[in-house]
Design a protein around this ligand. Sequence first.
Ligand SMILES: NC(=O)c1ccc[n+]([C@@H]2O[C@H](COP(=O)([O-])OP(=O)(O)OC[C@H]3O[C@@H](n4cnc5c(N)ncnc54)[C@H](OP(=O)(O)O)[C@@H]3O)[C@@H](O)[C@H]2O)c1
Length: 267
Amino acid sequence: MALDGRHALVTGSSRGIGRGIALALAESGVKVAIHYFQNEAAAKETLAQVRKRGSDGVLIQADVTRPEQITEMFRKLKREFGTLDIFVSNARPEAPTFYAPPLDITLEQWDTAFDSQAKAFLVAVWEALPLMSDGGRIFAITYAEGSRTGGLQPWVGMGSAKAALESLVRYIAVAVAKRGITVNAISPGWTEDSVLNTLPDQVQQLIRNWHERGWTPMGRLGTPTDVGDVVTLFCSEKARWITGQVIYADGGASLMNPEVPPEIQIE
Ligand SMILES: NC(=O)c1ccc[n+]([C@@H]2O[C@H](COP(=O)([O-])OP(=O)(O)OC[C@H]3O[C@@H](n4cnc5c(N)ncnc54)[C@H](OP(=O)(O)O)[C@@H]3O)[C@@H](O)[C@H]2O)c1
């Protein structure tokens, strides 16, 4: 298989998009460290699915808002794998820990958002680089619409944190470029089997209808597999010349003009 024998760490791969990334990498022969925070049973299920795909992996627990736990996560990774070829920073805390509008958000919520994104990525990259050989791959999973817009008010903490993350991706990309290590942010659109499914049914249906009606030109929401396949694609040797970019993996949703109803844009 294309990436046979490589080692990856995917944070937040117990479920959602992270699981999709872990499974797509496993399909290509990558051994995956499946990281989780509180949901060990879900992480075990991801590992079982990795094994069904003919690969293998290990489980690692850590709170990514705590730098010392990130350091410990990489210590364990070194003991288990010895080396690392692919690092994916995907974990994101549960919405209630950061979801509040700009005039109400507490500093604790703000710090949770920032600690889990730019700061967690910075610390993880420091730890990942000594384990990584030249030509490695580093990814940050972002939500670029949240960094660019201001309409979804309670997203202010995470939107600002993702903006900082995207900026950091560019700086780290330059810092490691001489080693042929690429660093990119992947920005999924709204995705099934993820945080979406924890929202009230009515909200989920509104979001699905909006995208199926045309906001996503491909006429559906994304899946964790869609995002996992994009990450796997970027792990290819053929993607070696792309670094420091924010890659939209969203079926074209980011191409729509927010000032014009989708029905008028798509005939
Ligand atoms: N879902 C979407 O539509 C969408 C769209 C664009 C971008 N994204 C981005 O994609 C990534 C994954 O989103 P998702 O919706 O798939 O996530 P999700 O289903 O809500 O899963 C969150 C993951 O993060 C872990 N986690 C939670 N708090 C943590 C903490 N304090 N420390 C370490 N890990 C923690 C969880 O572990 P446990 O299972 O152990 O709790 C779980 O594995 C996020 O970065 C998100 O911003 C998502």
